[in-house]
Ligand binder design. Sequence first.
Ligand code: AGP
Length: 609
Amino acid sequence: MCGIVGYVGKLQAAPVLLEGLAKLEYRGYDSSGIAVVRPDGIETVKAKGRLKNLQALTDDGKKLSGSTGIGHTRWATHGAPSDTNAHPHMSGQKKFAIVHNGIIENYLELKEFLIGRGFRFQSDTDTEVVAHLIEHYFSGSMTETLHKAVNKLKGSYALGVLYAGEPDRLYCARKDSPLVIGLSAGAGFVASDMPALLAHTRRFILLDDNETACIRADGFDIYNANNEPVEKEPFTAEWDVAAAEKDGFPHFMLKEIHEQPRALRQTLSPRLAASNVELHLKKLTREAFAAFDCLHIAACGSAYHAGIVGKYFIEKLCRIPVQVTLASEFRYCDPLIDDRTLTVIISQSGETADTLAALREAKRLGSAVLSIVNVVGSSIARESDDVLYTAAGPEISVATTKGYTTQVSALYLLGLYLAGIKETAAPKTLAAYAGALAELPALVERMIGDATPAVQLLASLFHGANDAYYIGRGTDYAAAMEGALKLKEISYIHAEAYAAGELKHGTISLIEKGSLVVALATDPALYPKIRSNITEVRTRGAVVFLVTDDKSGFFAGEYEYIVTLPDAEPAFSAVLSAAVMQLFGYYTAAAKGLDIDKPRNLAKSVTVE
Ligand code: AGP
């Protein structure tokens, strides 16, 4: 939820830290701060609000000398957003400064312990205990002290630590919150996420849970849970710096919508052969797939919506039950899974706390876990039995677009793969699906170009709406859920999705003159049914925006507000309609002049439960 960055090298640290924080602001943006350490001690500057306040306060970092430092951008959990609660936090004698991402669950207990030993607290955060704890346990050896202090913590943490006595070193630790070490000639870095460092390096080391590290300009040392040194080989990230820039687009969200053809192509094509699908898994064999008698998908938010699209597709094709559970509920619903269940965990970031917890619960119950993840080496990827990586590239906008559609496409691949193994569909059928899937990226590309002017116009007409009702049947209902989320999270218009047939069971009482209804109709078999539902809401005064792939002319001439999708295999329409709804959310929020990439109260990576 928060972003951490640290630097040690020969450059002035503060501008480097601010530049890194700017790339991490999507992780939290209610306050920010930096600390630099020099031979004369540690200096911190913090500011409530967006990073630009901190940039202004420090003249883009130029006012702070020193070549070792840490920075933080915050999404508040404990303590309201304020200068005082912003990180870094200092220890009582100002010998240590720390930044933290995660939640220290036993902070009240530790606070009491430290107050009893004379420590005074400045902030309302859970984090401040860590700074005092390090000071309390300080033995002269930082690695030993850090090890001792983090052993007292319960909960999750990624920590960056400065010690006034060692101005040429940066310390860090992690448990259940992401942290990467970056390496370049003459400099060392630490950050929550790789995009923060891509301007400086593509060589990274992933810190594992319960590890601590000391980073210097000329190297690093990593220690395991027993404080023993461990050897780790750096890897080179495929992402480049351009992938984390806006590239001329006004917002990351729009850029990422337009990146979908490439992202889909890179996700699909290495796994699609002329007539079949190969997932290139490492551990889960075809025999293992043949033995699974059900699938259980767990995910949050848009990834959960992707799971529901996948359920419709896989159940139909593979004739195997697929249950989809919100990851935040997974542990509490006593899931019926065992070694004959394949648990599928979906997560763009690979770090979502509830999703990671669901993965661990599934493993505890004896299930094999296949994850669909975008970030290589993320916690979920590392803890799964196997990974089907999506190739979306870095997704910066809080509202997911390419992350979601690549997840959906990965589920299509999974369905085709499983159907091939279980022989639930004829080879000819599977080959036809594989062919249609290969065409999807080009169709998305054409559709984005064709639909944009119409969607812009609709957004300019409807941006004053207070509510929007998204309706559909079958896969369109699943797609409607994501459409509603896209609108509400960035435009702040209340939007909900309903199975169109459910309206008459209650919701239709909300429909009145001028109510906005976004209707999805991409399955020719369901056209007559959805048309009846549309007629019902129009009769009550609703204004209907129809998204359809009507080839037969079934809806022709009936609708003023309509976007027609290109001719595609109906089974894959959720990807095409998603792009229309992403554009609608985007241009609606743009018409309202909102901060599209950083919607209020949200953060990109939800690493707290
Ligand atoms: C949607 O636009 C959101 N950003 C959110 O619902 C997101 O999909 C959810 O938090 C899950 O994130 P993950 O895929 O990184 O696990």
